[in-house]
Design a protein around this ligand. Structure first.
Ligand code: F0G
Length: 371
């Protein structure tokens, strides 16, 4: 058995950190690419749908891919303090990697608008948590200014090392599809297999930028002969790219992507356009439907923002963009455990306690089992 070494070691030839740079790693990446046949059936298409489970990363989201690179570089450059604005996952990841590297970490968050699991992580890892009475876009503007003033090293995705790390997820998808598995996905040309579609949630737009860079670099290196079409999905209440203008007061249940003025707007637009794809939006209701569908038909618990891309696939199947015979990969960016409150609020009922005796419990179970 060969052990996974983390994304920098696994893909070092594509990450220009210099040979032998000591890495700050939690052995992130190498996440499962899980077939989703039940989802495909529910969508009514004979498509090969795969789920990239980025919630299986060490801190429960895709951010770890970018953070291992950004924190490694920060250490190389002699940084003492790192800073980020966050809707939650970046702060959890930055806090963990900073702790591992012995750096101080400051996270600036929109007060009351980040999921409880993410806040718990930032606190547990010893970060300095600074809530502001404002949204993510305001937080990002403030931390960028502080980084420009030399107060701390910025580890948001405007830091190019974040993108360098995150692009490795595209490499993994190709490598996983190519090294076998189920059915005959995608278009096989030259060496590697490319999915037809990459469906991904869009918030600050760094990740769609990173995936497109990754696929493009694999194509340039001759590892694949075809590129996927990028299908990005914003939440309808926070859909600046779809609307073509910033949204001053973004609102969505998917707090991770509650962003009104994405920093990587232009490169996200380019990724969608250059790939022959698109950026669309999905409503909170569609996101929650997808959230339940995924958890209850595939056994995969992903946080609401992640489910925006599954809601997107539902929409693509409905309007005929996703066709029979195609392969689509949905990027499930964060673990469902990040946001326990949403799960519990979605429960049809939360039962009160019943008597602690065999009769009471067995009668409940028999009713449930329909006997
Ligand atoms: N999904 C999850 C679970 C996220 O946490 C984020 C972004 C995205 C999707 C969107 O990715 O910003 O690269 O377009 N979260 C950031 C944060 C903003 O602060 O944790 P993006």
């Amino acid at each position: 058995m060969r052990l996974w070494r983390g994304i920098i070691e696994e893909y070092r030839e594509f990450i220009p950190l210099g040979a032998g740079a000591p890495t700050v790693t939690l052995l992130e990446g190498g996440t499962p690419l899980v077939p989703a046949p039940a989802l495909a059936r529910r969508l009514g298409v004979r498509a090969d749908i795969r789920l990239k489970l980025e919630g299986a990363n060490p801190t429960g989201s895709f951010k770890d891919r970018g953070m291992t690179a950004a924190i490694t570089k920060a250490v190389m450059d002699g940084a003492r303090v790192v800073i980020c604005a966050s809707t939650g996952n970046t702060s959890a990841s930055a806090a963990a990697y900073a702790a591992r590297a012995g750096l101080r970490c400051v996270v600036v968050i929109p007060d009351g608008a980040i999921a409880m699991g993410k806040l718990a992580q930032a606190i547990a890892h010893g970060a300095e948590v600074v809530p502001i009475s404002g949204n993510f876009d305001q937080a990002l503007a403030i931390v960028r200014e502080m980084a420009d003033a030399g107060i701390a090293t910025l580890v948001n995705s405007v830091n190019p090392w974040r993108i360098e790390g995150q692009k490795t997820a595209a490499f993994e998808i190709v490598d996983q599809l190519t090294s076998g598995g189920h059915g005959a996905p995608g278009t096989e040309r030259s060496a590697g297999i490319t999915p037809d579609w990459l469906a991904i949630p869009v918030g600050n737009a760094g990740n769609i930028t990173a995936y497109w860079k990754g696929f493009s670099e694999y194509a340039a290196a001759g590892r694949i002969g075809a590129l996927p079409r990028m299908a990005g999905f914003e939440a309808a209440g926070a859909a600046p790219i779809v609307l073509g203008r910033p949204v001053e007061h973004p609102e969505t249940i998917a707090t991770a992507i509650r962003i009104g003025n994405p920093a990587s707007w232009a490169s996200a637009r380019a990724a969608a356009d250059d790939s022959g794809g698109f950026i669309d939006s999905v409503t909170d209701e569609e996101i929650l439907d997808a959230y339940r569908l995924l958890a209850q038909t595939e056994g995969v618990f992903a946080e609401p923002a992640s489910c925006a891309c599954v809601a997107g696939l539902v929409k693509m199947a409905r309007d005929g963009r996703l066709k029979d015979g195609q392969c689509a990969v949905a990027v499930l960016t964060g673990n469902g455990l990040k946001d326990p409150s949403t799960a519990i609020q979605q429960a049809p009922r939360v039962r009160g306690a019943i008597n602690a005796d065999y009769e009471s419990v067995s009668s409940e179970v028999l009713t449930y089992a329909g006997r």
